[in-house]
Design a protein around this ligand. Structure first.
Ligand SMILES: C[S@@+](CC[C@H](N)C(=O)[O-])C[C@H]1O[C@@H](n2cnc3c(N)ncnc32)[C@H](O)[C@@H]1O
Length: 465
């Protein structure tokens, strides 16, 4: 088999085992991964592919999931969906369940558990009487993410959209971050599972009040995505609710589901069950009805930050800069503006903005990372190294400063120091935040950054699986 045919076979096997679909541009990264995995097992690529296709190879599949899956998530992501959950879906389900006094929810593709705990917190706030049984299952195929979820420990970054009051109530400061309180942890159980397989108990018909499945369908082949949507629809109790990601589309008339619109977002209610509770219109219910092509997308002008971030990903820096406007707004907006200024060559302005951000909050790792990148670009390498060190120190989970430190150390011929930083970066990249990758990854995605990291390590004479 030729090398391209081997990569294609690898791609087909990933689709078969995990339901994943890849863009043609992912080919080189898949080819590198295939080379590395075959080498790890001391196999020829052809033999590795035969083994992967022949029978279940669970440890290897776990390894591939950990290497390839995008795991970006955070608490109360897309707050408008949680507002709809809190004010519309859960009160309606609690009325229906008033005899059983139980609410069951499922977070499909829960990653590190942020979404599953956010569901439990919201339900506990809606039904605070401990007499109510609240049960949330978090499902994911990625063992590393599930062990993070079990630990229930998160950095402040994961709580960036969590209101202060919620943080004070349901988290306790621990080891430089926050741990979910036991009262909520007891409500949530995590389960390893692959949505490309049908499983059993998890998908029993009519059992859940709410299912969240966000930011997964877009990575799946149409067949696996359709089958999963059918399974989720059946597993919802009549009148139960399905929340999908903003970019996931089911069209306007999916089988067994009706589209519901409130709180400037869209979600689905399984048809049947008691008639929907009449709810007073919320002032937030103002967005237009979705088209089948973009059912759940919030109008772009309502989220200039998200739109600007997308434009950054597309390397349309000037357009993105227009959207984020002058140096007003919150720290997040200004950070993005700083990145865009740097990308458009306005280095002095970017440095000034980054310095202002770090003056305002010396503990902001992103401001130091931005400052480091600007200083490095301006050839002030020693100062840049100091800024990267600060960024890495302030957030020990931040992979990108480690990567820069490793690359700079290698350029200076210090392979030993480089290897230490790059090894750390490689471990952390699996969990690096998507937004940070967009901001600081220099146009590379997670996979490409991982490849860069590995080849730098190879160049230092360190081979990693
Ligand atoms: C981007 S995260 C979504 C996290 C969360 N739902 C959110 O929207 O914030 C996608 C998750 O899907 C998981 N995943 C990918 N393929 C899967 C599969 N075949 N079965 C189960 N989980 C899968 C990955 O491990 C990853 O944690």
């Amino acid at each position: 088999m030729t090398a391209p045919a081997q990569t294609m076979r690898f791609r087909d096997l990933l689709a078969q085992h995990l339901g994943w679909t890849f863009a043609d541009s992912d080919g080189p990264q898949l080819a590198d991964l295939l080379r590395d995995r075959a080498a790890e097992h001391s196999m020829k690529r052809e033999d590795y592919l035969t083994r992967l296709g022949a029978r279940r190879w669970e440890p290897e599949l776990s390894e591939l999931v950990e290497r390839l899956s995008i795991t970006e998530t955070y608490f109360f992501r897309h707050g408008e969906q949680f507002a709809a959950l809190r004010e519309d879906a859960l009160p309606e389900r609690a009325t229906v369940r008033s005899a059983q006094r139980a609410l069951r929810m499922l977070s499909v593709a829960c990653s590190s558990g942020d979404e599953a705990y956010s569901l439990a917190i919201t339900a506990r706030e809606v039904r605070s009487d401990p007499d109510w049984i609240i049960n949330v299952i978090g499902l994911d195929a990625n063992p590393a993410m599930l062990s993070k979820a079990e630990s229930a420990w998160y950095s402040a970054w994961a709580l960036r959209e969590t209101p202060d009051l919620v943080r004070r109530c349901w988290f306790r400061p621990d080891d430089g971050g926050f741990r979910v309180v036991d009262e909520i942890r007891r409500l949530v159980h995590f389960q390893r599972g692959n949505v490309a397989e049908h499983g059993d108990g998890l998908w029993r018909p009519e059992q859940y009040d709410v299912i969240f499945c966000r930011n997964l369908l877009m990575y799946l082949t149409p067949e696996v995505a359709n089958s999963l949507v059918r399974r989720m629809t059946d597993a919802l109790a009549p009148g139960g609710f399905l929340f999908l990601g903003h970019t996931d589309s089911l069209g306007s008339d999916p089988a067994g589901l009706e589209l519901r619109h409130s709180h400037k977002t869209f979600y689905y209610r399984r048809t049947g069950g008691p008639p929907p509770v009449q709810r007073a219109a919320s002032p937030a219910d103002t967005a237009a009805r979705p088209t089948p092509e973009s059912p759940a997308a919030a109008p772009a002008d309502e989220d200039p930050y998200g739109k600007a971030l997308d434009l950054l990903r597309l390397e349309r820096f000037a357009d993105a800069l227009d959207l984020v406007g002058a140096s007003r707004g919150g720290a997040r907006n200004r950070l993005l503006r700083g990145v865009l200024l740097a990308q458009t060559g306005r280095l002095d302005e970017a440095v000034a903005l980054a310095r202002r951000l770090s003056d305002e909050n010396g503990l902001n790792p992103d401001a130091h990372q931005l400052l480091g990148l600007c200083l490095e670009e301006g050839s002030a390498v020693a100062e840049a190294v100091g800024q990267y060190r600060l960024a890495a120190y302030l957030d020990p989970g931040f992979a990108l400063p480690r990567l820069r430190l490793g690359q700079l150390a290698r350029r200076q011929g210090d392979d030993r120091a480089a290897a230490g930083e790059l090894e750390r970066a490689l471990d952390l990249l699996v969990r690096e935040d998507e937004e940070r990758i967009a901001l600081f990854g220099g146009g590379f995605g997670r996979l490409a950054l991982t490849v860069v990291c590995r080849s730098e390590l190879d160049a230092c004479g360190v081979r990693r699986p």
